[in-house]
Design a binder for this molecule. Sequence first.
Ligand code: 5GP
Ligand code: ZN
Length: 112
Amino acid sequence: MADCIFCKIAAGEMRARLVYENDDVVAFHDLNPQAPAHILIIPRRHVASLSACSEEDGALLGKLQLAAAAIAKENKLENFRLVLNNGKGAGQSVAHLHYHLLGGRRLNWPPG
Ligand code: 5GP
Ligand code: ZN
């Protein structure tokens, strides 16, 4: 999608520190990390949010979560948190679905 920074990163048109990619999923370090490990996991295809997903996106959502688990394992993160902000009021600032994989420090609960 034009003017979507995460579409541009997925297409290789914008630089990012990639950690993982396959046909459906791309993962890269967050520009403004909130933990020693802060990786964003996105679908290659533009999907605006979790709320915009339908039944057909079920397999893709599973792939994103499995990629998160594989990346955590690869980075020796036994304890980690997977966060998805849905909607501006919940902190979603980029309208391309993404999971935040956070780890490498104690993660308190409840989150802010
Ligand atoms: P959100 O606030 O939508 O849940 O998360 C968006 C995340 O994307 C933020 O943590 C922000 O730091 C990150 N981000 C925004 N622009 C860029 C960028 O151009 N490159 C990278 N690597 N991360 C970005
Ligand atoms: Zn996009």
